[in-house]
Design a protein around this ligand. Structure first.
Ligand SMILES: [Cu+2]
Length: 679
């Protein structure tokens, strides 16, 4: 699997260059991101907002692929890349950093996956059908959502919010040719000035997909349901209560890049909140929320041929939390104050069944019932000057981990006899961002400092097998807190019909946590090459830069594009794993008379800065071409929207640097989506 080499590396790169020039070379990100009014971004000062659906109208003409998975939506953003272990549940990466270094929340709620192998990122427990937007903050600008090094992503649920729309509903369906994915969804909403109710259901089922050249990728199927209900009630003109419930279940999910599949991944996510327009006269938009979520994850290898030893590996994660926040505005200052906290229980086990039934079963706790408590205070002040603005923010948090299971504690004590049951930390974050304008130029610059605690796997994982570098991993409860100093700079030149932006950031991460080989230990997993212990490196350095642009050729035609470069090295100058080579994206979008069309190219250069010690091989250059066509019809004042498209038009066989074990990506794929909304 690791030896997979793209069939057309040279051709792919050349095609990419040609198209890049044809389509304008340096173009930009997703249409959706730019359709969002810039003013509403100012206050939160997030780097990017991806609009997923706009308040219950089928505004699909702005999206190239309306019923795509949330993973595909996120991948279309400027700042996010996705690690793929198969067709389902991709893991977001931002500024070259994945889960442990990001704060990912759903409507402000902390949720933690239940898989020791990262098969279930938080983003896999919602669907585009119940979200309105993804708010993305790079580096410490994501600290409003939690302790982070790389940044934060908050997935906002779609709510009617007391708009007087009465009853509305829609039905949607999609089909994709490559993996025969069937999507059926529907929503029914009621909203008036006193009360709203949003309900939504979606079902997706896909067979194995085929890579370029019509080669079937075994174990890449999946099936998923998602239901959600949101309701709100106004107690008085300035007071309201709201409740949400999400039920998400994925079954029979194949992970072709891993050795195991998932028979069940289930989340139940619920919250109640109270909103009041003013508090003590000065504070406004006071919002308080209580939430609870529970996740069950069951790994399964019974469908795999030639399994040396059958394993059962279930995992559970339960989180309860709260937050309360309010704004305080004066003529010049816009404050946001937020108190938040959560309590998480992470538990995972593994039972091995020897082929000889006379041998005893082997049982291990891979996550020894780790209880994490976190209470934090976040504050920001956005100070407005005549043309410039300054944003100061800080997060201060108390964080503790306790190993609640004695069997698990004693297992870890084999390696760490001195370890304590409980480990507490005080985490700090500070950030200064400055924005200035000069003629049509916008300058943004900032410097930040942030800290994070090790994740449950990094601190307490017990023989977690990593199929990427073929090593068993053991956590270290005594790891130092990881901290990061980062600087960022961006310059944007903005005209109504033309825009070009250059951005760069640099992270200097102290006590960088990564697995390091300990040759004195022997492996547990059959076939593993060795054992790695999570260790603090003295430091690591990450550098990211991108150039993006937009050009409105005419009222109907728009041209966008982006090219980015990333570099990551440790304190010995060695390459860090999963760092993007030069990558680019470019598109032409057309929209006129309710008709839309797009042509886009996506590609990357050869990954020359890889590291074999982390299981990486050189990933070849590639480029893919996609097109879509849509038309909106009006039927008795209702909307009917039809969109069709082709992805990977030339059926290129390729994998990107984020594809786990270089699992090849999908080949040529036709899709058709039909949406009907009753207004
Ligand atoms: Cu798993």
């Amino acid at each position: 699997m690791k030896a997979f080499i793209s069939v057309f590396p040279v051709k792919g790169m050349r095609m990419g260059c040609v198209l890049g020039v044809v389509l304008g070379g340096i173009l930009t990100s997703h249409v959706n991101a730019q359709e969002y009014p810039a003013d509403s971004l100012k206050l939160i000062n997030l780097n990017e907002v991806i609009v997923i659906s706009t308040a219950k109208q089928l505004d699909h003409q702005k999206q190239r692929k309306p019923l795509s998975t949330l993973d595909e939506f996120l991948e279309s953003s400027r700042s996010i890349k996705m690690v793929k272990r198969g067709a389902y549940a991709w893991e977001p990466i931002m500024n070259d950093m994945a889960s442990e270094r990001l704060a990912i929340t759903i409507d402000g709620m902390q949720i933690f996956g239940a898989c020791t192998d990262k098969m279930d990122p938080i983003t896999s427990y919602v669907d585009v059908s119940n979200l309105s937007e993804a708010q993305i903050g790079s580096g410490q600008q994501g600290a409003a959502f939690g302790n982070t090094i790389g940044g934060g992503i908050n997935l906002k649920l779609d709510k009617s919010n007391f708009k007087s729309t009465g009853w509305t509903g829609s039905l949607e369906s999609a089909f994709e040719s490559n993996n025969a994915m069937r999507v059926f969804g529907g929503e029914l909403n009621y909203s008036d000035k006193q009360f709203y109710l949003n309900t939504d259901a979606i079902y997706r089922k896909a067979d194995n997909y085929s890579a370029g050249g019509d080669e079937e990728v075994q174990f890449s199927q999946f099936e998923k349901y998602n239901f959600s209900v949101n309701a709100g009630y106004k107690l008085a003109e300035d007071k309201s209560v709201a409740a949400t419930l999400i039920y998400d279940e994925a079954k029979d999910v194949g992970y072709p890049a891993l050795t195991m599949d998932v028979s069940l991944a289930r989340a139940v996510i619920g919250s109640v909140s109270f909103n009041q327009d003013t508090l003590f006269g000065n504070l406004s938009n006071w919002e308080s929320k209580l939430y609870y979520n529970t996740i069950k994850h069951t790994m399964d290898d019974t469908k795999r041929p030639d399994v040396p030893i059958h394993m059962d590996m279930p995992g559970w994660s339960e989180t309860a939390g709260f937050y309360s926040q309010a704004n305080f505005n004066s003529a010049q200052n816009h404050f946001l104050f937020k108190m938040d906290g959560f309590y998480n229980k992470s538990y995972a086990e593994m039972t091995m069944y020897p082929n000889n039934s006379n041998e005893p079963l082997m049982f291990m706790l891979t996550w020894p019932d780790v209880r994490t408590k976190d209470v934090g205070f976040y504050a920001e002040d956005h100070i407005q000057f005549k043309k410039a603005s300054l944003k100061l923010s800080t997060r201060l948090a108390y964080h503790s981990n306790t190993v609640a299971d004695d069997f698990g504690l004693n297992s870890l004590k084999i390696f760490y006899p001195e370890m304590q049951k409980t480990n507490t930390r005080f985490l700090k974050s500070f950030s200064v961002q400055y924005h200035d304008m000069w003629k049509d130029f916008h300058f943004n610059t900032g410097v930040s400092y942030g800290e994070r605690a090790p994740s449950v796997s990094e601190g307490y994982g017990f023989y977690l097998f990593n199929s990427f570098d073929n090593h068993d991993y053991i956590g270290d409860p005594g790891l130092n807190t990881e901290s990061s100093t980062d600087v960022n700079l961006s310059v944007t030149f903005k005209k109504p019909i033309f825009e070009i932006a250059a951005t760069a950031n640099y992270f200097h991460i102290y006590n960088y946590i990564i697995g390091v080989v300990d040759s004195s230990l022997s492996t547990m997993t059959i076939g593993a090459e060795g054992v790695k212990i999570y260790t603090n490196l003295a430091y690591a350095q990450l550098f990211n830069t991108s150039l993006s642009g937009r050009y409105n050729i005419s009222n109907a035609f728009k041209w966008t594009g982006q090219i980015s470069y990333h570099r990551g090295i440790d304190n010995d100058g060695e390459n860090l794993p999963l760092i993007s080579p030069v990558s680019y994206r470019s598109a032409i979008d057309f929209y006129k008379n309710q008709f839309s069309a797009s042509l886009s190219v996506d590609g990357a250069g050869e990954q020359t800065n890889y590291n074999a010690a982390y299981g990486e091989t050189k990933t070849a250059a590639y480029a893919t071409l996609s097109a879509s066509f849509g038309k909106r019809f009006f039927v008795n004042e209702n909307d009917l929207f039809v969109k069709a498209g082709i992805e990977n038009l030339l059926d290129t066989k390729y994998s990107s640097y984020t594809d786990w074990n270089n699992i090849p990506r999908m080949g040529r794929n036709f899709y058709l989506t039909i949406s009907y909304s009753i207004n």
